[in-house]
Design a protein around this ligand. Structure first.
Ligand code: TXA
Ligand code: MG
Length: 317
């Protein structure tokens, strides 16, 4: 449905009734359900085929709504003041009267909260008036959706409504920062770069070993196309599709798309998931991904590419 006053009102009613609605955010499309309703949250896990221990982000309209669910530390306040609304998720200790269902947080003592900037998401959240749990609107382990058509392709009739807001401008999931400890911890690189975060809070530690995830979502194989992905490609075989970056692109391959011919990491992030999907098609046997610099949004792009290249058996579901 195109986003109109009528479709947004209907979407809010569906969410309040416990149904699932996919909606655009500035990062990726979210598969939304009422975060305070265990049945709606269970329906999200079922629609995605998601491992139960992987907790969801609760989306709220503003900082005040976030502070009612999670305990804002001084550090969280600084990050929220700078980056909300926007592609940042804060992991906070649950308030004693936190309304977010235990199932949404996978039973953890912390709750992940985000205030999205996308006008459709923002309007919808205001209208629903409750936290909305929303993982990316794709089957678990597959590529995140950056258009409404991607959601149709992956989840089809498993959602009551899909709000179409066009392509997501950031194109990568939010950055997840754990603010429950003494020092902030980067759990997932994303739409807000490490450099931008560090300018506000100083040096940032990262959650380390992907085999022992401290963010349960940090599973090695994720965002996976069906075809194998070869990283740091400087050449391309005849049966490979090339995911190029920058101006110096090798010739060959059976298909090719360029994340950003100008070498712009913001443009590359916005294109990443849609291009991976388009290259994940016959006659290609594999996808060869050129190297992307590991600075700014390049950190998150490389994180997603590494996960796309990890063997599928690493998906535990
Ligand atoms: O951009 C985004 O964040 C998108 C849009 C729809 O907002 N959502 C998204 O959600 O990417 P999802 O469910 O695919 O990723 C949620 C991430 C996972 O890595 C999960 O483990 C982490 O947030 N997370 C959620 N709750 C957590 C918690 N209590 N403690 C630690 N990590 C948590
Ligand atoms: Mg996801």
């Amino acid at each position: 449905m195109p986003a109109t006053a009528a479709s947004l009102a209907a979407a809010a009613d569906l969410l309040r009734a416990g149904d699932l609605v996919a909606f655009p955010t500035e990062t990726v499309y979210g598969l939304g359900g009422d975060a305070t309703n265990e049945r709606a949250v269970a329906a999200i896990f079922a629609a995605k085929g998601r491992p139960r221990f992987n907790p969801l982000i609760a989306h709220v309209a503003d900082r005040e709504a976030a502070a009612r669910q999670g305990r804002m530390t001084p550090l969280a306040e600084r990050l929220a003041a700078r980056f909300w609304p926007g592609p940042l998720t804060l992991v906070l200790a649950r308030q004693a009267d936190c309304q977010v269902a235990e199932l949404s947080g996978a039973g953890l003592a912390a709750v992940a909260l985000r205030v999205p900037a996308h006008p459709i998401a923002s309007y919808l959240l205001r209208r629903v008036g409750r936290p909305v749990a929303a993982p990316s609107a794709n089957p678990s382990g597959r590529i995140s959706p950056t258009t409404a058509q991607h959601v149709v392709d992956g989840l089809g009739r498993r959602v009551a409504m899909i709000l179409d807001g066009g392509a997501c401008p950031v194109g990568l999931e939010s950055t997840v920062v754990d603010c429950t400890g003494e020092a902030p911890l980067l759990l997932r690189p994303g739409g807000v770069s490490r450099e931008a975060l560090e300018a506000v809070v100083g040096p940032l530690a990262s959650a380390g070993d992907p085999k022992r995830p401290s963010a349960p979502g940090q599973l090695a194989s994720h965002y996976a196309p069906r075809r194998p992905v070869r990283l740091n490609a400087t050449d391309v075989a005849p049966d490979e599709a090339l995911l190029a970056f920058g101006a110096n692109v090798p010739s060959g391959g059976c298909a090719r798309l360029n994340l950003s011919p100008a070498g712009d990491l913001v443009e590359a992030a916005a294109n990443l998931f849609a291009m991976l999907r388009r290259l994940d098609a016959p006659p290609a046997r594999a996808i060869a991904a050129m190297p992307v610099p590991n600075a700014g949004l390049g950190l998150a792009i490389n994180d997603r590419l590494a996960r796309a290249a990890a063997p599928a058996e690493a998906i535990p579901c």
